[in-house]
Ligand binder design. Structure first.
Ligand SMILES: Nc1ncnc2c1ncn2[C@@H]1O[C@H](COP(=O)(O)OP(=O)(O)OP(=O)(O)O)[C@@H](O)[C@H]1O
Ligand SMILES: [Mg+2]
Length: 404
């Protein structure tokens, strides 16, 4: 059997994680803080490698004495304060199960229902009782749980607990419904980090670039509370390593010629998901013909077609006709793959369409595209496509909305 050594797909761990040494070092420095004053945000475009980096930060954290827990934050988990607190307590109880047991003298009322058996692990219900019995707002309640756990862990060798949440762009406050799950989360951790307790707690949030502005909107102090790591595409050297190393590691007899490596690197634009995808396709095509040898060509036309179908089309089809037209206008800007402004879109639309987009219409469509995860607003209040190389896909569609 010749197993393909490439792993395209959300959260699929690559055989070789290329070019993230700086991020790993930076994270280790954060783990060394005493007390923890800064939490971590990992952000970047779709498929740039946020989830797999998160996974790769776990082992070092464990080695340094931290417990690691967390989850993907679905929209429903972040809808209400109660739900986000439930999420935290569920994740906490899972990680504590092997460490803390119920004991009458250590825990507050109503805890040791079977005091004669001291080796019963702490459960979600136990923690939820602390939550439930604490008066006040959700943030007071969740703080009480976290404070209690910190005290209980003081006698253990645990240095702290990392709460890691992926897809954290789903978190927001809902003022109309009177629900503030994001603020509750931020307030709780900021309170925890204000006193110098020997057991630390750190928040690691990962998600699309909309994440940080959202946090800032909820609480202005987040600027100081987080170290933001923005994952970029891989540089040429690291793209090459991402292409070549899986073949070396898996001891494949099929090797890529230097020219093939260059071609794949260029096609991918250095984006990790595209590297894995293209390499997998090239590998599969060649392994059909021979089990060893040198891969000297890339069936690029077929691969691009397939990538368009698999990756871009579902996202494109998620937009309405008018939104597609709008993105087509953006794709005509020379700076469409970096950052663009509302004014540039308005100007460009007047040139490219008979009836262009007004400024208010432009900001309205940008907002809906943001909600669909197709564009995001950068820290400089400019806009970017959230999907890498989206403009090239749009150009490949040979669309023409121009009126004759
Ligand atoms: N540094 C890297 N080196 C090699 N391959 C990588 C690297 N980072 C990510 N990949 C590959 O890229 C793909 C996407 O990775 P991942 O799912 O972590 O991206 P993501 O940023 O979390 O995407 P999304 O925004 O969709 O959640 C996976 O197939 C993964 O194996
Ligand atoms: Mg991800």
């Amino acid at each position: 059997m010749f197993e393909n050594p490439y792993r395209p797909g959300a959260g699929q761990l690559p055989l070789y994680l290329a070019g993230r040494e700086n991020e790993k070092k930076r994270f280790k420095r954060l783990l060394d803080q005493k007390p923890v004053l800064r939490n971590t945000i990992i952000t970047g475009l779709r498929g740039v490698g946020k989830t797999v980096l998160l996974e790769n930060l776990k082992p070092a954290s464990k080695e340094m004495g931290w417990l690691w827990t967390g989850n993907d934050l679905s929209e429903s988990a972040s809808l209400t304060e109660d739900r986000i607190c439930r999420r935290l307590i569920t994740d906490l109880s899972l990680i504590l199960r092997p460490i803390l047991v119920k004991s009458v003298d250590q825990l507050p009322i109503g805890f040791a229902r079977q005091p004669e058996k001291f080796d019963i692990p702490l459960t979600f219900d136990d923690l939820w009782q602390i939550y439930d019995h604490t008066p006040g707002l959700s943030s007071d309640k969740i703080k009480a749980v976290l404070f209690k756990i910190r005290d209980l862990l003081e006698k253990s060798s645990v240095k702290g607990i990392i709460f890691s949440y992926d897809e954290a762009q789903n978190l927001s406050d809902h003022a109309i419904a009177g629900e503030y799950p994001l603020s509750t989360l931020l307030d709780s951790f900021s309170a925890l980090q204000r006193d110098h307790h020997p057991v630390q707690m750190m928040l690691v949030l990962s998600g699309l670039p909309t994440l940080f502005p959202k946090l800032n909107e909820a609480r202005t102090y987040t600027e100081r509370m987080f170290d933001v790591m923005t994952l970029a595409k891989l540089d040429h050297e690291n793209s090459k390593l991402a292409i070549v190393e899986p073949i070396e590691i898996s001891k494949s007899k099929l090797k890529f010629a230097e020219k093939t490596v260059e071609e794949i690197s260029n096609m991918s634009g250095g984006y990790p998901y595209f590297i894995q995808y293209i390499c997998k396709e090239v590998y599969d095509t060649w392994i059909d013909q021979a089990t060893d040898g040198i891969v000297t060509s890339v069936p690029s036309k077929e691969i691009v077609d397939k990538l368009d179908q698999d990756f871009f089309a579902p996202r494109w089809d998620n937009a309405t006709d008018r939104q597609q037209e709008f993105m087509w206008v953006i794709a005509g800007l020379p700076n469409c793959e970096t950052e663009f402004t509302q004014q540039e879109i308005v100007r460009q639309s007047k040139q490219r369409l008979k009836k262009g987009f007004s400024p208010s219409h432009t900001s309205q469509i940008l907002k809906t595209l943001e909600d669909k995860g197709l564009v995001f607003r950068s820290r400089r209040s400019k806009y970017c496509f959230a999907v890498p190389l989206m403009s090239e896909f749009i150009k490949r569609q040979n669309l023409n909305y121009q009126n004759p």
